[in-house]
Design a protein around this ligand. Structure first.
Ligand SMILES: [Ca+2]
Ligand SMILES: [Ca+2]
Ligand SMILES: [Ca+2]
Ligand SMILES: [Ca+2]
Length: 593
């Protein structure tokens, strides 16, 4: 305004020369010739001139302002670019730090100058709470214009083993069948059985229909056939991995099919409310966030719907345990939504019920041990194995045991790789540490392989374990007894046990089996079958789940994902990055150059 006013004043000073010089036949000179020159006329001229000169002043002022705005905009662009760069960098660093952000100050001025000459920029990463959140802030200065923007970011561990239940294939027969009480996260892919797409059409193809004229059960050249794909040749069935052993290819779950169906008192919960005390004392307490115990439960379904009927719930409407445990789940990402006679009205999630699957970019697949769909496995020493089976076979010790029962004699097998398995019947002195216990005990260290099936007989009563190991069977794992840490040991930090079945895992399926209590990490390439009201702490990873009608409970142990038993399939870490908010920071000061 100051400049404009001066401008108007200076030009106004020349007005008399213009108006009192050589008379011209203009509107004003005509008036003068008529002798009616007056203050009124001068005033009109002054007003007209002032309006014109003011317009000119405005135009020049806005040119100057647009220069300032351009600098400010460039400064904002630098701040935003630096912010995006730092978010990506902080995410990469967090991946190497169990997903937690670390404090970081970075001078980005060289980078900023390359974006806009003369710009300066810095950034801060400020972790919040337990480190899974952080404010990331950038500051930039360009030609006296200061701008700052920030993101609140969250890293979320979406690893396969950071769930109570992870289901791979799924099928029209449902990935999870039957009622179950799940505390913690679930992740269902529902991708269908893996297959070789020989004709490259993106789907599994059965053999083309033919007329078996010579009755030998196979197509022979010359026998008529229906060329479904019009390639001029008869196509055989595309090979597939029959993960549920039903003799059929199970396709991906469609958008209108169920991935899981919950009714009765089924629950996907975010807390340990109602957990048997015996189990709760064997695992660390859940983390506390904002004053509430929470399992940070999220529900993810890539393909298929979740059916909720009766009193079945996803999350709870209130915080149980007198308001000390979190009721709502942290997030629901069910791509095809909820159905059933209650549907989404029984979903209590912080992000509502209608968010789709959110981590397609991570391309998480079911960790097949072998066969079609098996991927290379990188072990803890960064050695890559073409399949997980090859890793297990090369790093395990095979024991000549297919059943553990009360009459099994004490044994203690070990090899030069640090693998060891001992069985210590009740009342006998342990060959591992010399102790005596009234329970049947098992010590597992490293990776133990069993050819064929392994059965844990119910006459063991409870089997108590110590050590840090995994047992891998090339057949089924049949569990008819409770399997728990030894007294005083906490899973998974004081002791840890992984059970790996190349085929199915059967829990309490034997005639006369009682309900089981178990703590561990459980993997089945086929199906996990559960009967009885089993109480289990840990994680199940399998292609299918058949939970029956007796409502087993599965309590996720959040510490497991960072304290895994050795050699478990799918123990690679995946972290998702979430941008929770963006805002520009305003400051009440001016930079003086
Ligand atoms: Ca095909
Ligand atoms: Ca034939
Ligand atoms: Ca064909
Ligand atoms: Ca099948």
């Amino acid at each position: 305004m100051k400049h404009m006013r001066q401008f108007v004043f200076n030009l106004s000073g020349s007005m008399p020369a213009k108006t009192v010089g050589r008379p011209r036949r203009t509107f004003t000179s005509a008036i003068r010739r008529r002798g009616v020159t007056s203050v009124m006329v001068l005033l009109m001229m002054f007003v007209a001139l002032t309006v014109m000169l003011s317009l000119a002043g405005l135009a020049m002022g806005s040119m100057k302002r647009s220069g300032n705005e351009k600098s400010s905009m460039l400064s904002l662009q630098v701040a935003q670019t630096v912010l995006e760069y730092e978010v990506a960098a902080a995410y990469e660093r967090a991946k190497l730090n169990n997903g937690d952000f670390e404090f970081m100050f970075t001078d980005h001025s060289l980078f900023a100058d390359s974006i806009t000459s003369g710009a300066l920029a810095v950034s801060f990463v400020e972790p919040q709470g337990n480190g899974s959140y952080a404010w990331i802030t950038s500051y930039s200065l360009h030609k006296n214009k200061f701008r700052s923007v920030r993101h609140l970011v969250k890293s979320r561990d979406v690893s396969i083993w950071n769930n109570a239940v992870f289901a791979g294939t799924g099928a029209a027969g449902q990935a999870i069948n039957g009622n179950v009480d799940i505390r913690g996260s679930i992740h269902i892919l529902g991708e269908g059985e893996p297959y070789s797409d020989l004709n490259g059409n993106g789907q599994w193809d059965d053999a083309e229909v033919y007329s078996d004229d010579n009755g030998n059960g196979v197509w022979d050249p010359g026998e008529p056939w229906v060329d479904s794909n019009n390639d001029g040749v008869w196509n055989s069935q595309e090979p597939f991995q029959d993960t549920n052993w039903n003799g059929l290819y199970d396709p991906p779950i469609t958008t209108t099919e169920l991935s899981s169906s919950f009714s009765g008192s089924a629950l996907i919960g975010n807390n340990y409310s109602g957990m048997p005390l015996e189990l709760e004392n064997m695992v660390p307490p859940p983390p506390i966030m904002y004053g509430l115990e929470t399992l940070e439960a999220e529900v993810r379904v890539k393909h298929g719907q979740i059916s909720l009927s009766g009193t079945a719930l996803v999350g709870q409407s209130y915080d149980p345990d007198g308001g000390t445990s979190k009721g709502q789940i942290d997030g629901s990402y069910v791509n095809d939504g909820y159905t059933g006679n209650q549907g989404y009205s029984s979903v209590y999630s912080e992000n509502g019920y209608n968010k789709g699957y959110d981590i397609n970019n991570l391309d998480i697949k079911f960790p097949f041990i072998n066969g079609l769909g098996a991927e290379p496995y990188v072990d803890q020493y960064s050695v890559a194995w073409s399949t997980h089976e090859l890793f297990l076979d090369s790093n395990s010790m095979t024991v000549p045991i297919n059943e553990l029962e009360s009459s099994t004699s004490a044994f203690d097998f070990m090899d030069g790789l640090g693998n060891r398995m001992a069985f210590i019947p009740a009342g006998q002195v342990s060959s591992v540490d010399g102790s005596v216990s009234t329970e049947d005990r098992m010590y597992v260290e490293g990776i133990i392989k069993v050819d064929g099936d392994l059965k844990f007989n119910r006459n063991l009563g409870e089997l108590r374990y110590s050590g840090a190991g995994s047992i891998y069977t090339t057949g089924d794992m049949n569990i008819s007894t409770s399997i728990l840490p030894e007294d005083g040991l906490i899973f998974p930090t004081g002791t840890t046990l992984g059970l790996i079945a190349e085929r199915d895992m059967n829990l309490g399926m034997g005639n006369g089996d009682a309900q089981l209590s178990m703590v561990g990490a459980f993997f089945a390439q086929g199906t996990v079958y559960s009967r009885k009201q089993n109480q289990i702490a840990g994680t199940f990873v399998a292609n299918f789940f058949d939970m029956g009608t007796n409502i087993p409970s599965i309590y996720q142990v959040p510490a497991l994902v960072n304290n895994m038993p050795p050699g478990m399939p799918g123990d690679k870490h995946f972290y998702a990055l979430k941008l929770r908010s963006w805002r520009e920071r305003k400051f009440n000061f001016v930079i003086v150059p």
